[in-house]
Ligand binder design. Structure first.
Ligand code: ADP
Length: 469
């Protein structure tokens, strides 16, 4: 170990822990442990029922320890108590979902007749088999750390892989508990290894490691690009869940009370620190002013505070650095003519809080419209017709998610077809189910997570031909 990393509670700015900063030797050792367990088959060769039992047992332990885990997550990330408990619950649902898949995913078989090389037909019995991809490196961000860790750990273990998990330097604490929980559940030592450290050192070492077969990463598009380059050495398989700048389109036939609340939640959940957050809100002109007022009232209504404050709905941002960046984006927009309807500045209290902010009068070239903000800041933009709204919504390098509010069924389908994104909500905000994959389009990612698709990403496919003639 070279040194340590201090961990802070973003709602109090107090240091709450110190974790090791894993150097190259520590990364090498973790990868070697994972490799040894993978090759020995101590996990992947267990009967499926045994493996499923371990995962279900881990889910039982998590359920029993929800309060404790939620408190760790909340103090580490800044989210409030209800959000933290919800994170632990949905993470556990993900684990239960993938535990249910163990032993239920197989290849296909067929008897085939092919043109043989010697000029006569040849018969084969053929089959495909799915083989765990090997040692996987799992790199996760600081927003919803326990959930995003599980989004990767659960399918990786269900597939029979061995893993090295690196949480974000800002929020390493719940991932460390995960290792402890799986050990208690009976996962053989060395199958899941958690290492803590900075991205550009520990993360980069894991990504470039020649003995890692796959990296599953959630984080910024910028780091996603670095990972693509670093993983080229041994052509690792990659699953990348990257940034977003998701649009929401509200038509004038929408159920307005529900739509305003949905747009508010879609923007402000997790204080906007959510890659699927709908921060570009396109509103049909007839209802524009009403929606701007409604959103501003919604934003002002939400109490801010950390885990320590039971009434809190909106938590702080993760760090002073992130808060400064959010404020710079707002200030830059305002200097160029954007109008702050509500919010627009840091909160004058301890903790990295930023006011829930609604902005009008933006132009498409502003950072407010182009960049993923990762803060509670949304821009409301008027439009006249469907075609104009779709063009504006798709005018981005990202393609993660999008939302539509309308009571017109045909329009809902038409616009859902036209939006370029991996996940589209109609008359709902941020719905997510373990069985439904999310696959980023454009520069929002490669491959997908959740659902059967998310599990398949941890397998290689092999075709076997048995000659019958
Ligand atoms: P965010 O914008 O959410 O902070 P980042 O993309 O910066 O996301 O970080 C997400 C994760 O990627 C963190 O665990 C971080 O340590 C890691 N990371 C950052 N830089 C690199 C890198 N060059 N190589 C590998 N991992 C990295």
């Amino acid at each position: 170990m070279s040194d340590t990393i201090a961990v802070f509670n973003p709602s109090t700015e107090e240091q709450i822990a110190e974790v090791p900063h894993a150097d190259q030797a520590t990364v090498d050792a973790a990868v070697a442990r994972a490799r040894e367990t993978f090759e020995s088959g101590v996990w992947r060769r267990l009967p499926a029922a045994h493996r499923a039992e371990v995962l279900f047992r881990a889910a039982e332990i998590i359920k029993r320890r929800t309060e404790e885990l939620a408190e760790i997550e909340a103090r580490d990330n800044g989210m409030n108590a209800i959000a933290a408990q919800q994170i632990i619950k949905v993470a556990n649902e993900m684990l239960i979902y993938y535990a249910g898949w163990v032993g239920k995913i197989h290849g296909e078989s067929a008897n085939l007749v092919s043109d043989g090389l010697l000029g006569h037909f040849e018969e084969y019995h053929t089959f495909t088999q799915l083989e765990p991809v090997g040692v996987v490196g799992l790199i996760i961000p600081w927003n919803g750390p326990f959930f995003i860790a599980m989004l990767k750990v659960a399918p990786a273990l269900a597939a029979g892989c061995s893993a090295v998990l690196k949480p974000a330097e800002e929020t390493p604490l719940s991932a460390l508990k995960l290792e402890e929980i799986f050990r208690e559940a009976g996962l053989p030592d060395g199958v899941l290894n958690v290492i803590t450290g900075h991205g550009e050192t520990t993360g980069a070492a894991l990504t470039a490691h020649p003995d890692v077969d796959k990296i599953a990463f959630t984080g910024s598009t910028e780091v996603g690009r670095l990972i693509v380059k670093a993983s080229a050495g041994n052509l690792k398989r990659l699953t990348l869940e990257l940034g977003g700048k998701s649009p929401l389109i509200m038509f004038d036939d929408a159920n307005l009370d529900k739509a305003i609340m949905g747009a508010g939640m879609g923007l402000l959940a997790g204080s906007g620190q959510n890659c699927s957050c709908t921060s570009r809100i396109y509103v049909q002109r007839k209802i524009y002013h009403q929606v701007v007022e409604g959103l501003a009232a919604f934003a002002q209504m939400l109490p801010m505070g950390g885990y320590e404050d039971p009434t809190s709905v909106l938590g702080p941002l993760i760090s002073e650095k992130q808060r400064t960046r959010v404020h710079d984006i707002v200030t830059e927009g305002v200097a160029r003519g954007a109008e702050v309807i509500t919010g627009g500045k840091p909160l004058d209290r301890r903790g990295y809080f930023y006011e829930a902010t609604i902005i009008a009068n933006t132009t498409p070239d502003m950072r407010l419209i182009k960049e993923e903000i990762f803060g509670p800041v949304g821009s409301v933009i008027p439009f006249d017709d469907e075609e104009e709204a779709i063009a504006a919504a798709n005018d981005t390098h990202y393609g993660l998610a999008g939302a539509i509010w309308t009571e017109n069924l045909s329009r809902a389908h038409r616009v859902a077809n036209a939006l370029r994104g991996g996940q589209i909500w109609v008359n709902s905000a941020l719905a997510a189910d373990p069985s439904m994959p999310i696959c980023g389009h454009k520069q929002s990612g490669w491959g997908g997570e959740r659902g059967k698709k998310g599990l398949e990403a941890y397998f290689n496919t092999k075709s076997v031909y048995i000659g019958l003639t």
